[in-house]
Design a protein around this ligand. Structure first.
Ligand code: IPD
Length: 272
């Protein structure tokens, strides 16, 4: 019910803010890469690991029956049917370079922790550097620092500001570059902010008109999805599919339909 959604939303915010405090208190002048993942440009820092460990401790203490899926430490199933989906630092490359667009993303989903099948119940995206905090609970609306937010009225694509992002692997980037080259002349402009979670919050508050990306992971999407939905966005895939790790399109409904159709024509959900 609404009471449980409110409890989960408040906890998501508490956990995300607490991880934000940890990251702010400990960012060294020069961040080092601790390891790389899918390619040599896909970094993990000690702070990604510390932030996720901190979030997992908080969840174990307050919600011992829930599952946890995190970027750095995988899936630990629970017994309640709910899973916390965590990105301890979304925008790790920005964190590494000191570009201020990175965030802690904490979502709670019902059902399988897979974007094509889950229902996101609550979420919080906490921008670490300026502290801006976006929250949403299913049926309760979307908020920035406690004040309600809403998407822009739908605009034609030609005057829409569109956010996107790129994967870390070369083959994927070749397709993404080709799609971007075709799209760029048809939109107001493109933004590559470097944190998908913040991109989705930007659509929710109207500082972007739309976002699309191929290859997002569940933890990039969970909290941002409910924040965007509750602010009036449609969150969808291409060709009638739900949003998935293959492709997500997030925008006011009319814009989402036009953008999804164009991306389908461009084969944006295929690999070369
Ligand atoms: C990345 C960011 C980026 C997006 C990538 C993600 P990470 O997450 O959200 O904006 O384009 O696809 O992997 O690696 O910084 O947590």
């Amino acid at each position: 019910g609404a009471d449980e959604v409110r409890v989960l939303t408040d906890l998501a915010e508490r956990f995300a803010r607490s991880a934000g405090d940890l990251i702010r208190a400990n960012r060294p002048d020069r961040v080092q890469v601790a390891a790389t993942k899918s390619s040599e440009v896909d970094p993990v820092t000690a702070m990604d690991l510390a932030s996720e460990a901190h979030l997992r401790e908080l969840i174990a203490r307050h919600r011992p029956d829930d599952g946890v899926l995190g970027e750095e430490d995988g899936w630990q199933p629970g017994t309640s049917g709910l899973t916390w989906v965590l990105d301890p630092i979304d925008g790790t490359v920005n964190y590494l370079y000191g570009v201020p667009a990175y965030a802690v993303s904490v979502g709670v989903v019902a059902g399988e922790p897979d974007p094509e099948r889950w229902t996101v119940v609550a979420g919080c995206v906490h921008a670490v550097v300026d502290g801006t905090t976006y929250t949403a609970g299913r049926g309760l609306g979307a908020f920035r620092d406690g004040a309600p937010i809403a998407v822009n009225p739908a605009r034609p694509l030609a005057t829409s500001l569109v956010g996107t992002g790129f994967g870390y692997r070369e083959e994927r980037r070749r397709v993404q570059g080709r799609v971007l080259a075709a799209l760029l002349p048809q939109v107001r402009d493109i933004r590559r902010i470097g944190s998908a979670a913040l991109d989705l919050c930007r659509v929710a508050e109207g500082t972007l008109d739309a976002h699309y990306e191929r290859g997002l992971n569940p933890w990039d999407l969970a909290a941002g999805e409910i924040i965007a939905r509750e602010a009036g966005a449609q969150v969808t895939g291409l060709r009638g599919r739900a949003a998935s790790t293959d492709m997500s399109v997030v925008a006011p409904p009319e814009t989402a339909a036009v953008l999804a159709a164009l991306l389908a024509d461009l084969g944006a959900d295929t690999d070369d």
